[in-house]
Design a protein around this ligand. Structure first.
Ligand SMILES: NC(=O)c1ccc[n+]([C@@H]2O[C@H](COP(=O)([O-])OP(=O)(O)OC[C@H]3O[C@@H](n4cnc5c(N)ncnc54)[C@H](O)[C@@H]3O)[C@@H](O)[C@H]2O)c1
Length: 332
């Protein structure tokens, strides 16, 4: 098995997970870049990483094969461009950015240097969603006509530091739309195709110590598919359900119940397709394998740069819709 030199940039909350899960593939010799000196040392010691740099330029003196960009979103595009220019394949955390600045140049550099570039929308590596997507794609239920996504989580329980991290400002990638709903929107686009128009409503309702929206609702059109989304970051139940209604049946992914299910006959029971509970690290290890497979040319990256850009346009359109209180076309 090939061993890849993989650089993790930013080893905060998710970067540490990427580092650990890259190591868990057994296919990577991991290095890191972290601007916080205490964290750099702590993580390097915890995972036995001998190459721990204070900035990317220093790390590029001994270029890696691939990198994971896990800093807050405003730095994603410039770091990824620097890496691609050096011929390094990149997996970029979501959201791709908080604006479109520099994205066209990144796409050009990626194309010119022939490197792999993807955005780490991790649900695309989730076995339940993959299985449901496959069944829908095979036409098991006919043409999709409607998608309904309902999500909620008590964010302070899972991210106690939420007040002091990127989450606390939209400019740094914060708020429910750019932080959490973007995962669901990207997953939905993967299931039924890209969103071409939307209208959003959102507000700060509950979370203490921040003013960004913690509750968001969206109506969207994915071409002929009508969609609705609701998400909050304060309810006790940690649940995500995505239902795709098709012409001849309905399919539903219940992540929290570790199953997807389908029904084709009115009055029948749901047919359950359960899977064993998935640890979060297993999901990120699957994502690391998928990225390394793409680097080796074995399969396309799970979420391409262009698909990540489409989800960025959707995020920005949702924020514009809030400001203008009206429908927004994507890319229009
Ligand atoms: N996929 C997921 O489930 C998921 C979960 C959480 C966060 N995220 C995304 O991951 C990104 C990081 O989030 P986080 O929660 O880990 O944030 P964090 O604040 O915990 O960690 C970010 C780290 O990046 C470091 N950093 C900042 N600029 C740097 C630079 N130029 N070079 C090197 N290091 C730098 C910071 O010092 C910090 O340690 C965000 O875009 C966020 O949206 C994704």
């Amino acid at each position: 098995m090939r061993s890849h030199r993989v650089l993790i940039i930013g080893v905060g909350s998710i970067g540490e997970r990427h580092l650990r899960c890259c190591q868990a593939t057994g296919r990577a010799e991991v290095r890191l870049v972290e601007i916080n000196p205490d964290l750099r040392q702590t993580i390097a010691e915890r995972y036995g990483v001998s190459k721990a740099y204070e900035d990317l330029s220093e790390a590029l003196h001994d270029p890696p094969d691939a990198a994971v960009v896990a800093t807050p979103a405003p730095a994603h595009v410039s770091l990824a461009t620097q890496l691609a220019e050096a011929g390094v394949s990149v997996l970029i955390e979501k959201p791709l950015s908080t604006s479109l600045e520099g994205v066209d140049r990144l796409r050009e550099v990626v194309r010119a240097r022939g490197v792999v570039a993807g955005v780490a929308y991790v649900y695309r590596c989730h076995p339940l969603l993959r299985a449901m997507r496959q069944a829908i794609g095979q036409g098991q239920f006919g043409r999709p006509v409607e998608l309904i996504a309902v999500a909620g989580q008590h964010f302070p329980t899972y991210r106690p530091a939420y007040r002091s991290i990127y989450y606390n400002r939209r400019e740094t990638g914060g708020g429910a739309i750019q932080d959490a709903l973007t995962h669901v929107l990207n997953a939905a686009e993967w299931l039924v195709g890209p969103i071409d128009r939307l209208v959003a409503d959102a507000a700060h309702q509950v979370l203490e110590g921040v003013t960004v929206e913690d509750t968001a609702h969206l109506l969207a059109r994915h071409a002929t598919v009508l969609a609705s989304y609701s998400l909050n970051q304060h309810q006790p139940p940690n649940e995500l359900t995505i239902t795709v209604v098709c012409e001849r049946g309905a399919a539903r992914c219940e992540f929290h119940a570790h199953r997807w299910r389908w029904m084709t006959t009115p009055g029948d029971d749901w047919h359950d397709e359960p899977l064993p509970p998935l640890e979060r690290d297993e999901l990120f290890t699957a994502q690391a394998h998928a990225f390394l497979d793409a680097v080796e040319g074995q399969r396309p990256v799970a979420c391409t740069l262009d698909e990540g850009l489409q989800s960025l346009r959707v995020n920005l359109a949702a924020l514009e819709s809030l400001a203008t209180q009206g429908w927004r076309q994507i890319g229009g």
